[in-house]
Ligand binder design. Structure first.
Ligand code: PMV
Length: 309
């Protein structure tokens, strides 16, 4: 029997602008996780992936090529050098909400890679896990930037410029985030597509906004490395205002952002695609209780506090 985990993630700075080549920062959220549990299966069954929460059962050898769970299993077995189809049952469970920008699909793939490798006596460096998971990300998102698989495989903050750099960096002083769920599912491709159409109709309106988001991400990396919390909060507020101007926020997110600030958060912004999903607020041990309460009163269906270190 083998058990492996993978954490969730949030985008801290630079969502949407990252699609247009500007830098972004994502951090791991270890308070939620996906889990893959492997046990031997009956002889001749091959690999079967079971997701009881989703009522899913995938027989890998019979699944179509683009079935994500089968895809990550096949890719991993190939990378390990196992041509055969071992008789294994992989059970997937997860506490990461689906389609809310916390990286649930990526975490499931990562947990499967880790569990399979460990079960079969193989070791992958984090970069190899990230690369394997990216191949399956393409099935979910078409042209993913690669930020999710990197941050989840390394479980470290990552500074990312699509196709140019992905740097793991260290936190000068740990900081806390309240992560609040609007309860609204928001398909990333829809929001990205909508902004793309508006951008194409009027690039000169959007370019300066995207430039400024990029500058903020760069400044935020310095603030994180140097442990400058107040500056980090200020940058989050400014990034949220720019996301509003980009047209990807919504009343529910704006309400939660305002509530967090009212509760004493040093800064707050939407996180991920927007128009639903999650928002994040920079809190301290002293403010987290009040911020949590005000977020719930303002409509958050769930709030978790995570420490980034
Ligand atoms: O839905 P999420 O949290 O994975 O965020 C999407 C982030 C975008 O920048 C909007 C899209 C992307 O591919 O980076």
């Amino acid at each position: 029997m083998t058990l492996a985990y993978a954490c969730g993630k949030v985008i801290l700075f630079g969502e949407h602008a990252v699609v247009y080549g500007r830098p972004a920062i994502a951090v791991p959220v270890t308070e939620v996780q996906a889990q893959a549990y492997i046990e031997p299966g009956p002889a001749g069954q091959g690999v079967v992936v079971v997701a009881p929460d989703l009522d899913r059962r995938v027989i890998v050898r019979e699944a179509p090529p683009d079935e994500p769970l089968a895809h990550i299993v096949r890719g991993t077995l190939r990378a390990i050098g196992r041509g055969s189809d071992p008789d294994l049952t992989i059970t997937i469970t997860s506490t990461i909400p689906i389609a809310r920008g916390l990286g649930s699909g990526t975490a499931v793939s990562t947990a499967i890679v880790r569990a399979l490798a460990r079960h079969l006596g193989h070791w992958f460096p984090s970069q190899a896990i990230s690369d394997l998971v990216y191949q399956t990300e393409v099935l979910y998102h078409g042209t993913p930037s690669g930020i999710d698989n990197t941050v989840i495989a390394f479980e470290k903050p990552v500074y990312f410029v699509k196709g140019v750099t992905r740097e793991i960096f260290w936190v000068g002083r740990p900081f806390r985030l309240a992560v609040a769920d609007t309860g609204l599912a928001s398909p990333t491709w829809e929001v990205v597509g909508d902004l793309r159409r508006r951008y194409q109709a009027d690039p000169t309106r959007y370019e300066p906004l995207l430039d400024r988001v990029g500058e903020i991400a760069l400044a935020a990396r310095s603030a994180i490395v140097q442990g400058q919390e107040a500056e980090l909060g200020r940058l989050m507020d400014e990034n949220h205002a720019l996301l509003q101007e980009l047209g990807v926020s919504c009343p529910e997110l704006d309400r939660l952002v305002a509530a967090a600030r009212q509760g004493g958060a040093l800064g707050a912004k939407l996180s991920g695609a927007g128009r639903g999903g999650h928002m994040i607020a920079l809190v301290t041990e002293e403010t987290q209780g009040r911020v949590d309460m005000l977020l719930r009163l303002a409509g958050a269906v769930r709030v978790l506090i995570t420490e980034i270190r």
